[in-house]
Write a new protein. Sequence first.
Lengths: 126, 384
Amino acid sequence: MNETYSKKVMEHFRNPRNMGEIKDADGVGTVGNPVCGDLMAIYIKVENNRIKDIKFKTFGCAAAIATSSMITELAKGKTLEEAEKITRDDVANELEGLPPIKMHCSNLAADALREAIKDYKKKNKK
Amino acid sequence: MDYAATTPVDKEVIDEMIPYFNEIYGNASSIHSFGRDAFNAIEHAREQVANIINAGSDEVIFTSGGTESDNLAIKGVAYLNKKKRNTKGNHIITSAIEHPAVLETCKYLEKQGFNVVYLPVDEYGLINPDDLIEAISKDTFLITIMFANNEIGTIEPIEEIGNIAREHDVLFHTDAVQAVGKVPIDVNKFNIDLLSISSHKIYGPKGVGALYIREDVKLQPIVHGGGHEKGLRSSTYNTPGIVGLGKACELGKKRMKKDVIHLKNLRDTLIKNVLEIEESYLNGHPEKRLVNNAHFRFTAIEGESLNLMLDDKGIAASTGSACSSKKLQASHVLLAIGLDPVEAHGSLRLTLGRWNTPKDITYVADVLPEIVENLRKMSPLWNR
């Protein structure tokens, strides 16, 4: 791995935000594939259509951990509609860039969040 | 603890090299005294390199490193063989766990019409000599199998392989880049015809290596030019580099016994300590492994993040995880020994060197369990 990570990525890697599990989560999204080396799980608690709490668990490289951490930070407190609109570029930009071969990690993070929201909606038959 | 990746240049080697930058700087091929002095230094280095593998000094040529030596050995024999249509066929046998310098060269030759067999290895990374015997055909003209694997440290049954090659009249090349200086090597006893050496793996400078070529073995060069090294490898001699490699080999031979005891003790202590971590496993053979190599896998965590956290604690290591590679593929060596990709991702290679101390081992043993625990807390694959 010769591509250097930005300071922001390393920050989130060393001090991930919202790491953990929500046992009674309202929605859970799991994406990725351990065969490729990435697996992310996002847990959300929803109240009044807002993401009241959000946590993540990740198996993967520094970029995977950093993007998961960042997306929980971006999504916390947002409405479901706002959260659904968060893109991989939002994540990558907030992290001040990712090496090109790691961009797929930011994709995964955005997908995991959407899956969690989808799961919530399914459970609540909205 | 990443000495398998590279080593610092020994101070004695640096001291030996310095005069050759701007005092004895002549082109070693020049006929004047400036050149002759450089030439003599190169011939001395040649002897030093030959000594560490018990070869004749006229059987050693200098290259830019292990990769070039591998390329020259394999392509050199292959191209010459292709030219001499009446001798052997076009069949090469290698192993599935070679360094890319060998594997990619073989894949390239396949595109040129050669037939290559990649022998499988067992769960420890060992070649089965019976598989080799079975694979040899009347068309086989070259066997290339590494002396010891750079990732998991497994040492191959080289003497047996050499005997088999000799019995079947097939040339035997071995990439000994990781083994030189750590394992006693005798090219005659082991029936080795070609052997690759890399300077920067044995406390010499980067950018220089050597290829041992048994005196009756013929090759085509892959670098053409002024005809240096009996026409086999043209290029103005990198005198300081070559002098450095020579000195590194001399020191390597002198210190091998001591180095081996020192490294084995450290390595064994390290392995014992690390395996106390829950769901940790050693990759490679427990005994037939390089004295400095400790390669592990840990369930449910990923190698790049593990390495970066170790780096934050001042520990340098490496991994076979896909995320850490440019091609985003898990190590071919780990897959070849039967690990599934998830297991391969959780791998850690720690390789020791001359200047590691028991304190280093204690430090790693203190720091690693906590890092593994933290990563497992974060991992959706760990359910404790």
